[in-house]
Design a protein. Structure first.
Ligand code: HEC
Ligand code: HEC
Length: 433
């Protein structure tokens, strides 16, 4: 009897040891899939630090927009951003295409409101840091950009007279507007201020606009540009927050070991190493927002049936002629403060087919990709860079990479670590309460 019990005991101890060993083995395999063991050189660490969100300097206020820092303006801007009264049919707002749950993009190849637009809707989170707006950068301030969609027949489809009048006829808008800018002009006389007027495609509205006196047009333009400034004050609040990647960099840089270690998987860390090294993404996607805010031709194919987009080259003259640019009468900046516009690159050959480098923060949530939404997912984006075909127009600045499928997958996995909510999502990342 005693012998049997002993045998059973030994059996149990054996099982226990086996169990403990397997737990350790599983733990070891699991831990070794995480990258605290990845050794980063000091040069690499420096690059990682430059991509870290903590390295983002405070946003210097747009000199051309005197109210950009005002919280009252931002709150009013939030109302207007989500308000479909600002459209010709009462159905379209900025949020029709810039949807909060998609980091203010829309998930479509090309944007669609009143009609289909020519390009893909970019996320606008963090874009306030850019000196240029739109894929081709045809606007030099966020307030001036905001005026574009309001009058575009495919987007909000209205006209500036309509919007200027709305600011006065809606009581709560009028009070808030006047607190920021002083009295609104009296637009009630329709023989002087027609119901619909603006320098837009619609021939009737355009004719009505041309009939107005220069002084009256200037009054409307003033209110219209102020609506843009109000919208911009709101949009500058839409900033990215700390991602898993940022937490990882923080823990790598944390010499006192005060922080909880934050880990990337081995694949993600290898993807990161490729991103800043062999794959050369960092040449254009650099800094804490993963963009150099410059214009590059990356050899994209046009959408089927379309000619290649000329990009930056087409808009250089437009920028200089825009009455709502930094030099113009509606800008609050002195001409000497308009350094971006004054010193912009203008080499038409170099800039042919070039678009502004987009941010890669929150990238896995903002498919499809590129200026026409012509690439459906990140795996295809990586294939595109790996092959770097000759450009149909201009010169493809990206060069073939010859990375393996596994390496491309690793970069894709790394890009997946760049998602995080918008800062103060509860306040700014949704329609006003
Ligand atoms: C029909 C959908 C649609 C509507 C409505 C719309 N947008 Fe856009 N938005 C786009 C598209 C498409 C682009 C890119 C167009 C281009 O580059 O030619 C864009 C670009 C932008 C950009 C520049 C982003 C960048 O990366 O350069 C900002 C900022 C912006 N929109 C804000 C607004 C605001 C503010 C409103 C409301 C007044 C608005 N949008 C209304 C589709 C829309
Ligand atoms: C020569 C500069 C350059 C290099 C190098 C580069 N990119 Fe880009 N990237 C751009 C530009 C410019 C665009 C926008 C192109 C367009 O739509 O015409 C872009 C677009 C993207 C997009 C789509 C963004 C969106 O919102 O649609 C992703 C994702 C991306 N790049 C990732 C990468 C990765 C990963 C690498 C490295 C393998 C890389 N890029 C290398 C300049 C560059």
């Amino acid at each position: 009897m005693i012998g049997k019990a002993n045998k059973l005991g030994r059996h149990k101890i054996g099982l226990l040891i086996l169990l403990v060993c397997s737990v350790f083995l599983v733990l070891f395999i699991w831990r070794s899939n995480y990258s605290q063991f990845v050794d980063w050189s000091s040069e690499e660490l420096e690059i990682l630090q430059s991509l870290w969100l903590e390295s983002l300097p405070p946003l210097s206020p747009d000199q051309s927009n005197a109210i950009v820092d005002s919280t009252a303006a931002a709150k009013l801007g939030q109302q207007i951003f989500f308000d479909s009264q600002f459209s010709i049919n009462g159905e379209i707002s900025c949020a029709t295409c810039h949807q909060p749950q998609l980091y203010f993009s829309d998930g479509l190849n090309k944007a669609f409101a009143i009609g289909q637009t020519a390009r893909h809707t970019p996320s606008i989170v963090g874009v306030a840091y850019s000196p240029w707006f739109y894929w081709d950068g045809r606007k030099d301030s966020q307030w001036s950009q905001a005026l574009g969609p309001l009058e575009d027949p495919k987007e909000h489809g209205g006209n500036r007279m309509q919007y200027a009048r709305l600011m006065g006829s809606d009581e709560s808008y009028r009070i808030e507007y006047e607190a920021l800018f002083g009295n609104l002009p009296d637009f009630s006389d329709e023989s002087i201020f027609p119901v619909n007027a603006g320098p837009v495609q619609n021939p009737e509205w355009n004719a009505a606009w041309q009939m107005m006196t220069e002084d009256n047009r200037a009054q409307v333009n003033r209110v219209f540009s102020n609506i843009g400034k109000i919208l911009a004050a709101y949009e500058t609040r839409l900033m990215p927050s700390e991602t898993r990647f940022d937490a990882y960099v923080a823990s790598l840089l944390d010499e006192d070991n005060d922080l909880e270690p934050s880990l990337l998987t081995m694949d993600e860390a290898n993807g990161l190493r490729l991103f800043i090294g062999e794959a050369r993404c960092i040449e254009c996607h650099n800094g804490p927002l993963f963009t150099n805010n410059e214009f590059h031709n990356t050899g994209l194919l046009p959408s089927p049936g379309e000619l290649p987009d000329q990009g930056r080259t087409r808009v250089l003259q437009l920028l200089l002629e825009d009455p709502f640019n930094c030099y113009g009468g509606f800008s609050d900046a002195g001409i000497e403060q308009c350094t971006e516009l004054t010193y912009m690159r203008t080499n038409r050959t170099e800039l042919l087919g070039a678009m502004r480098t987009p941010t890669l923060r929150n990238i896995s949530a903002t498919a499809p990709y590129m200026h026409k939404g012509q690439i459906p997912n990140l795996a295809e984006v990586l294939k595109h860079y790996n092959q770097a075909e000759l450009a149909l127009i201009g010169h493809n600045e990206a060069e073939p990479l010859a990375l393996s499928r596994r390496q491309l997958q690793q970069i894709e996995l790394f890009l997946g670590t760049l998602d995080a909510p918008i800062i103060d999502s509860q306040v700014w990342g949704q329609p006003p309460l």
